[in-house]
Design a protein. Structure first.
Length: 366
């Protein structure tokens, strides 16, 4: 077994323990200060639930990363860690996003302030030299110059960040999708031997697993249930956006050229990203403001079919997994452009089927 696997496993364990310790403390703090996510006509829950679970994410991830490198380097020998300009830009950016999310959960921030913070944070990455510089043949495009790749990178990161934030509507959904994506990126970076990022990702996976236990399996009346809030969804979304760009960028100094880099990065985030586009188009179709909150997201539709929250969650996670399997298989036979077209068609067909189930369910109820 590669010795670096021990770093990855150790980071997961440390983060899992950190999350298991921190989250109950956060729950008590929320109840003492009355920091709840209040139910309304758009939300699914019917009781006041603490909303600051995401506060545990970044500290646990960094703590696990540092402890793993320090402890295991003493036992197994040194692990080479390079802190370059990209890494510094990421650290500054993620702290900005995390701080904005925490402030929003505590006192509330307007969407313009959050969007500005997301844009400025994302902008730091191409300014440090990290940007999408190759589309690997998508729409016949290969190399991408900086003046196109830089704004494209900012757009992609902000888009992914908001996509995960917007799909955080039922227990375990944003966390479950993020967990699947993080595990996928972990395997991708392990394949390339970029172990520093593997340890970092594993550190985030650990605390996310701890959070999902409290979020999914603890009943509201147990006083142990908690939501991640914007501090969690914005942090997770930004990390996933960063990993998307990091893995998709063609840089022979970091990783060998892989023609499937962009495809894999895109595939791991299909469901939240596609759902945002579908919701925006449906709002345009009926003349509704694009950013007005409603109940058009994929989890709302599945609930209208009569599914429970847990069944809806399983269905959406299953859909994401199906896209991963589909694209990995299709990549053996066709180019990325055709694969994306098939993905879009499959997502449209899925929604058509769901719409038919909604009509039947409403006919039975009505």
């Amino acid at each position: 077994m590669n010795v670096y696997i021990y770093y990855v496993i150790f980071a997961f364990i440390i983060s899992l323990i950190s999350g298991a310790v921190l989250i109950p403390v956060i729950i008590k703090f929320c109840r003492k200060r009355k920091l709840y996510d209040l139910p309304d006509t758009r939300k699914v829950h019917r009781m006041m639930i603490p909303r600051l679970g995401g506060i545990a994410f970044l500290p646990s991830m960094l703590f696990a990363f540092i402890v793993s490198l320090f402890v295991l380097s003493r036992v197994l020998g040194g692990m080479e860690v390079t802190i370059g300009l990209w890494s510094c830009a990421f650290i500054v950016s993620i702290f900005i996003i995390y701080s904005v999310g925490v402030v929003d959960d505590l006192i509330g921030l307007g969407p313009k302030v959050k969007f500005l913070a997301q844009t400025l944070s994302a902008l730091l990455l191409p300014l440090s030299g990290l940007y999408i510089n190759n589309l690997y043949g998508f729409l016949g495009i290969w190399d991408v110059p900086f003046y196109i790749g830089a704004p494209l990178t900012v757009f992609v990161i902000v888009y992914i960040d908001n996509a995960l934030n917007l799909i955080d509507g039922i227990d375990g959904l944003a966390g479950g999708l993020a967990l699947m994506s993080l595990f996928g990126f972990l395997l991708c970076f392990m394949r390339e031997g970029v172990w520093t990022y593997c340890v970092l990702i594993s550190g985030l996976i650990g605390v996310l697993v701890a959070y999902l236990y409290f979020n999914i399996f603890c009943k509201p009346e147990s006083n142990r249930k908690i939501f991640m809030g914007d501090s969690g969804s914005l942090t997770l979304g930004f990390v996933l956006g960063f990993l998307f760009v990091k893995f998709a960028m063609d840089n022979s100094k970091v990783m060998t050229y892989r023609s499937d880099s962009l495809l894999l990065s895109y595939t791991l985030l299909i469901v939240p990203c596609f759902d945002v586009v579908r919701v925006m188009l449906s709002r345009l179709w009926v003349g509704q403001p694009l950013f007005k909150a409603d109940k058009r997201h994929i989890h709302h539709k599945l609930l209208r079919c009569g599914l429970s929250q847990h069944c809806a969650l399983a269905s959406i996670l299953g859909l994401q997994l199906a896209f991963v399997v589909l694209n990995v298989v299709l990549y053996q036979y066709m180019a990325i452009t055709y694969i994306v077209a098939i993905d879009i068609l499959a997502f449209v067909l899925f929604n058509i089927v769901v719409n038919n189930f909604i009509k039947r369910a409403e006919a039975v109820r009505g």
